[in-house]
Design a protein around this ligand. Sequence first.
Ligand code: CA
Length: 652
Amino acid sequence: MFSHIDAKYAYEGNDLGATYTKEKTMFKLWAPEAEAVSIHLYRTCKEEKPYRNLPMKKGKNGVWSKEVFGDLDGVYYTYMVTNDGLEQETIDIYAKTAGANGAMGMVLDFQKCNPAGWENQGYVPLEHYTDACIYEMHIRDFSIDPSGHFCYKGRFLAFIEKGLVNDAGDSVGIDHLKELGVTHVHLMPAFDYATVDETQVHKPQFNWGYDPQNYNVPEGSYSTDPFDGKSRVAEFKRMVYALHREGIGVIMDVVYNHTYATADSCFTKTYPCYYYRQWDNKLNLYANGSGCGNELATERAMVRKYIIDSLVHWMTEYKIDGFRFDLMGLYDNETINEAYRVLHEINPNVIMYGEGWTGGDTPLEWEKRCMKLNARFTPNVAYFSDDFRDTVKGNNFENKQKGYVNGACGSEDFVREIMSGRIPHPQLPNLTKYSWADHPTQTVNYVEAHDNLTLWDKLYYTNPTASVETRIKMDKLAAAMVFLSQGIPFIQAGQEFLRSKPFPGGMVFDHNSYKSPDAINSLKWNRKSEFRSVFEYYQGLIAFRKAHSALRMYDNSQVAENLWYLDNLPQHVVGFILKNDNLFEEMIVFINPNEYSVKLHAFGEYGVYIDSNCAGVRPMRTVTGDYDLDPLSVIVLGREREEYLENSHVTD
Ligand code: CA
């Protein structure tokens, strides 16, 4: 379907949308089957009547164009598009900023929106994906709670606020991110989404934002003035700039798999049916693999081009360092591979990863889907390891089902498999069939994300009678597994201080808070002080991982040669040796999911860098001979290079 349109009309120019100069603005719209198109110009986004109505002319490849002389910086515009005799007003699908609620595009001089020093600032370095420590966050959650004392609550500009502390004096906001040590912040939808009314931002409203309206426009409710299209652009840039200045990369969560509206979307109004996938080649039979009413037909030439143009826009205009793709199983792998090729050319440090599944059935052929089981077809893209998540803490959708750290032992082979990054490992031949990743750079390891229960809430459901101290041990153990595994570690904001999403008044927790109030969703900064030792543990794990290359291998042969699982360990304990570290001759990791301590034996003297209480880059003590591994904990031993002695590490 539409292949004849692609063959005849596919357009390769990079000038769709409004191309601004001081002297004139060129408007171009691809709409090969439209009968007529004109531009409406407005002085503000509140006006009902345009001050000018300019017909456009259809040219080659079905591209309508119109050159308008004069300085149009700050002028709002829409297109009047006639399809099948019906004229409808729509925002430009290529609009780069918009007025309130994204109904009108705006012509903008982007140069004027740059913070001082912007031109000299580049992308955050990232040699291999496995060098990243990713922190997923919702922009409003970050700063809306009173405990953070932000001036710009819920706004992009909260990221520029330094020197803030919570009620107990611990740092919050961007200082906290720096203190924690994460390399990249992953922002949940920051493009213009539909379900928060931007004209009513003084009223509390919340949505995660997986309801796209305008893909190339920053979300207005995070700006200080949604009615001024410049405000959201300038403030978004200041946010990125502030993070980059701390050495923190910015990853955008992008949702090109579906749009909020279908019949009324800017895509439908521009070119009915083209942008969406259908079943059985029937125009009116929209596929719904997103579970949200539609899915974009990424495989069509001009949809693919649109997605790649949009990614390039965010990367070049806003210096975005990477992208997380929602429901990536709805993208065809050719689009994703081409996107990587183009983005990598612009920024060799780019990182791309996504959800390797769909939200429902889709007409897209199985082998074309960007799913984790097809990961070999997209070698430069990583996938969330839901296997890691569920093995460590129990099934995500069964509240009470336990995993390795919270009482369900017996899955040790799977634990070994996830710890080596979901790649085939020579010691685990029976599990090779489950190893969907080619390299550890393709695996995102996590135990908590915005979806479903937080780890802390899940541990309450699985172990309601366990003490808080015991559940903290389980939490720290799960976090240690994330940061000691091969792959890309990922945590949710606030996980480092036991984020919780309780409903009011009880021990019942929100597993899908996509539109729940701030009271449930916001980061409660005082918890950082309440659970200070947990925060410090996460901080130590991150610092240790960043210091040691053996935890960040990027090739499957490196892992096969240098990560060796140990036999003859106490029941349920998993242990492995890492051989190719930059600082250690040898690193040994033991994981004890038992609620009792176990005896181990060290052949020679080792420094202890991580145990049940602390984690860090300096040894807390040494062990030699027999020693205890605490209940529900890991121990990480290291021997620095010059002290290396040839030994085996079999325990009794
Ligand atoms: Ca919006």
